[in-house]
Design a protein around this ligand. Structure first.
Ligand code: ADP
Length: 544
């Protein structure tokens, strides 16, 4: 027997319509190329989204067509998020930090018809000249008055593109499973792979992000989205904001500038900020050096890579800010787990609470998880049995865009994450490593995440990366690269002594190398691949 409830499709269009009616004056604040503090409201964003949808229709964009963005987080990007998806086309958010060959590959693979580009990113186009045949037009995300000299008269600007268009648009009633957006993984192994989100997956994911024990967004929040809108839907914030009426604050091209981020947080009364750990390492460092304080920030959602315990401690002790760790993947829209504490955990000694927050976190209703051994057998949630993590759920991809997915998905539809993890009896999942980053020394596994986490607790260490490098006897041994805190010189023996308090002797790194900085991936994570290429042979002379 069927239930007798309305079969209303779950559409991003409905988030927009709801916000337009209920939160017309909720603010959207952006740093843009042409304005260091642009202020607007949801009502105006959606009015302009309707003009944009008319302009796109006039440009010949049809349902299913791909429209790309090479853009930072700002109000125009938000307009594109809604206009493109809600008219039935597919918003392809492209990561501008990818290598030129990857950009070219992605635009061609997706067969993008239009590219909307931030003025600061125009130089990316030159090497692609004549190599992206499906792209009919490139539109620069600024006004005529602010067009950079190089593009003036050659390319249209966004404001002129939408200027004469009507303010009404008849949004189609789409099938909820229609594709809404497309995002490629950064392709640390092989070519980037496309993840094609649907209206339904994004709406369900947006509900999940708003649950109190998840990211807990509400209309009381002012949210700084440092996580890029090209990195897995900005973790859903572009939908969570309008769904709840939260104020959205976008740092534009300044997302890597801790001084601007501090200013934005304090001047826009930011309560919640989201980004990858490297952003917050720089911010905490800046706050220490400048003596600045965070006056309104209550919590940060930190994910995309393991969050060091020291960061959780420093945020709380120095600024009273609670860190909520999130784990997820582009393939998961991206939310999988969050480390919000349960009520009984909030009465534990503070150090115990920090340790719980340093885990990847508990599941969110909607994502099923299991850890399996090499034969695919499910392992118990005992906090000890490590294996590959698999996930399944309505906002997990069922395959890759125009690509064979047989190695990532099993016959029962579970997606293999490539992460090695354990799940504790209380449901908290802990990532021990990415499968390809695990250090295998003489047949035993050493967790690079644990080594890094511990090294960051050394008073002289700002950032750390542990990698496995080739060794003549043990196949692989760990080495540790450390970036010093300002004015400090971490001594090898002191770092090793610090690690020795927590690790067995055979797990300690063979080398500690002090470096000025660490290479980053396109999504702002430490690039182990680059480090392995650079340091992979440093121990080949050693005999142990
Ligand atoms: P990319 O690979 O393109 O940088 P993703 O965001 O999809 O982008 O990367 C997902 C991976 O990032 C996960 O599979 C996991 O290895 C890592 N990751 C994400 N969040 C965490 C976390 N909280 N702790 C440890 N690793 C994480």
């Amino acid at each position: 027997m069927h239930g007798q409830m309305m079969d209303s499709p779950l559409l991003i269009t409905e988030i927009m319509r709801f916000a337009d009616l209920n939160f017309p004056s909720a603010e959207v604040v952006s740093v843009t190329f042409d304005n260091p503090r642009h202020r607007t409201t949801y009502r105006d964003v959606f009015r302009r989204a309707r003009k944009l949808a008319n302009a796109l229709t006039a440009a010949g964009i049809k349902p299913g067509d791909r429209v790309a963005t090479l853009a930072w987080n700002d109000h125009r990007h938000l307009e594109l998020y809604y206009a493109v998806s809600c008219m039935g086309a597919v918003l392809h958010t492209v990561n501008p930090r990818l290598f030129p060959e990857q950009l070219e590959y992605i635009l061609n693979h997706a067969e993008d018809r239009l590219v909307f580009i931030d003025p600061t990113l125009l130089p990316l186009l030159a090497p692609m000249q004549g190599k992206i045949p499906t792209v009919e037009r490139v539109i620069v995300m600024t006004s005529a008055a602010s067009m950079p000299e190089a593009a003036k008269g050659r390319l249209p600007d966004y404001e002129t593109f939408i200027a004469d268009q009507p303010e009404e648009f008849d949004w189609p009633v789409l099938d909820e499973n229609s594709a809404s957006s497309l995002c490629y993984t950064s392709g640390t192994t092989g070519n980037p792979k496309g993840v094609l989100y649907s209206h339904r997956s994004n709406v369900l994911h947006a509900y999940a992000g708003c649950m109190t024990d998840s990211m807990g967004l509400s209309g009381r929040d002012s949210v700084l989205a440092v996580v890029p809108m090209f990195h897995a839907n900005s973790w859903g914030l572009a939908y969570n904001g309008p769904m709840t009426g939260a104020k959205l604050v976008f740092p534009g091209p300044k997302m890597g500038d801790p001084a601007v981020l501090t200013q934005l947080m304090n001047e826009e009364s930011v309560t919640l900020a989201a980004g990858v750990p490297t952003v917050w390492t720089l911010l905490l460092n800046h706050l220490r050096q400048s003596g600045a304080k965070l006056n309104t920030l209550q919590r940060t959602i930190v994910g995309g890579a393991a969050v060091p315990l020291s960061m959780i401690r420093d945020f709380y002790n120095e600024h009273g800010v609670k860190v909520v760790q999130g784990w997820g993947m582009t393939e998961m829209s991206p939310l999988g787990t969050v480390s919000t504490l349960r009520p009984d955990m909030e009465t534990l000694p503070i150090e115990e609470q920090f340790k719980l927050r340093a885990l990847a976190g508990h599941g969110i209703f909607g994502v099923s998880m299991k850890v399996v051994d090499d034969e695919g057998r499910e392992l118990p949630w005992d906090g000890k049995s490590a294996g590959e993590l698999k996930v399944r759920g309505p906002w997990v991809c069922s395959g890759y865009f125009r690509q064979d997915s047989s190695s990532s998905h099993d016959a029962d539809g579970w997606f293999a994450t490539g992460d090695v993890s354990v799940i504790h009896p209380n449901g908290f999942m802990q990532i021990t490593d990415r499968a390809k980053d695990v250090i295998k020394s003489g047949g035993e596994w050493i967790s690079s995440v644990d080594l890094e986490n511990c090294a960051c607790g050394h008073p002289d260490v700002l950032m750390a990366a542990a990698i496995g490098v080739r060794h003549p006897k043990w196949d692989e041994r760990p080495i540790l690269l450390v970036v010093p805190r300002q004015g400090c010189t971490p001594a090898r023996d002191s770092v090793l002594a610090h690690l020795a308090e927590h690790f067995a002797k055979w797990q300690l790194p063979d080398e500690v190398i002090v470096v000025e900085s660490l290479p980053m991936t396109a999504t702002g994570k430490i690039s182990k691949k680059d480090l392995r290429e650079q340091y992979g042979q440093v121990l080949m002379q050693h005999e142990k």
